[in-house]
Write a protein that binds this ligand. Structure first.
Ligand SMILES: CC(C)(COP(=O)(O)OP(=O)(O)OC[C@H]1O[C@@H](n2cnc3c(N)ncnc32)[C@H](O)[C@@H]1OP(=O)(O)O)[C@@H](O)C(=O)NCCC(=O)NCCS
Length: 297
């Protein structure tokens, strides 16, 4: 039940900018700055398997302001955000009721969602409903003060992203991530979330080769309103790990970010990947985190 004076409808692609501003307002309130990217919202709204009519819900105030929104991905993952101006009115609870109802309706046995660790109200709401901690996401940062070293392991060459190898990059990344991801993305889904985004930076993205075979990849994005470079994905082929390929690629991408005038390199990593230890060895530090909560219906 929405509080009085608010109305709901499903989202269209044209709502992407308003949703982005709503999410950024929350991040600014909690952390003093926003890391969410406008084109990430647009990419999410255009995921091939998302039914926007049924799986998104916007809450609007009487003056037309977007007060909150929720989306449900494959009946199992929800994201819910309320604009700080409308916190404390019960909009988050109404959106959670909707997401849980839709998830059950679709036959899912559980629902999970990530909540910013600074979001005390959201955390309390999920805990009061019996949600349990499933995983942690960390936002990591590394200052880029100098161009940095580029120690490339023997027999390995690095180069910029090459569109002609897009399908190989997809295979390599999805292959590496399949070790902990529940679902393999189609090429179409992966490319819309990465190399087809307007913020994708092929000139900061790094590919690693042994002979002519692709053995590693970094997908880099620009975060428009910041002076930070963003690493969206990093993977090394299983048989080439432990040789310093990830270190060399990350240094290379950071050096390109430096050339582009970026001050920090940032990325998100998930506790399920086990990669936090590696990133810490590569000089990255935790800036903030979110917790993934899950409840069985
Ligand atoms: C994580 C991954 C990219 C590491 O690639 P890699 O080429 O083996 O890494 P490197 O050899 O460059 O290792 C760099 C440093 O991290 C350390 N390291 C590597 N994996 C580690 C791990 N799981 N835990 C702790 N330290 C680790 C290495 O010992 C090395 O440290 P050193 O140089 O001080 O000895 C690779 O295992 C992978 O593709 N995994 C699947 C995809 C993934 O998890 N991507 C990142 C998630 S966002």
């Amino acid at each position: 039940m929405l509080p009085q004076g608010f109305a709901s409808r499903s989202a269209t692609i044209d709502d992407a900018d308003a949703i982005y501003r709503l999410m950024a307002a929350g991040e600014i309130r909690w952390h003093g700055r926003a890391e969410v990217a406008a084109d990430a919202v647009a990419a999410d709204l255009q995921r091939p398997e998302l039914d926007r009519e049924r799986d998104t819900l916007l809450v609007e105030a009487a003056n037309g302001d977007l007060a909150g929104w929720a989306w449900l991905h494959l009946a199992k993952r929800a994201q819910i955000d309320v604009h700080p101006s409308y916190w404390g009115l019960g909009i988050g609870t109404a959106l959670l009721d909707w997401a849980e109802g839709r998830s059950r309706e679709e036959g899912s046995e559980w629902l999970a969602q990530a909540v910013d660790d600074a979001d005390k109200a959201g955390t309390d709401l999920l805990r009061s409903r019996g949600y349990e901690v499933l995983a942690t996401n960390w936002l990591l940062e590394r200052p880029i003060t100098t161009p940095g070293p580029r120690n490339v392991p023997a027999g390995v060459t690095l180069s910029r992203y090459d569109e002609a190898r897009a399908h190989e990059v997809y295979e390599l990344i999805e292959g590496a991530f399949s070790e902990f991801q529940q679902r393999r993305k189609s090429y179409d889904e992966w490319s819309r979330l990465t190399v087809e985004r307007s913020t994708f930076r092929p000139d900061a993205s790094t590919l690693a080769y042994a002979d002519d075979e692709l053995i590693g990849a970094v997908i880099a994005l620009d975060l428009p309103e910041t002076d930070e470079g963003y690493v969206q994905q990093l993977a090394v082929r299983a048989d080439q790990r432990g040789n310093g390929v990830a270190r060399a690629m990350l240094d290379d991408t950071c050096a390109e970010f430096h050339r582009l005038g970026r001050r920090d390199c940032i990325l998100w990593t998930h506790s399920g990947t086990g990669a936090l230890g590696m990133y810490e060895r590569l000089g990255m530090r935790v800036r903030r985190s979110t917790t993934v909560y899950r409840r069985t219906h």
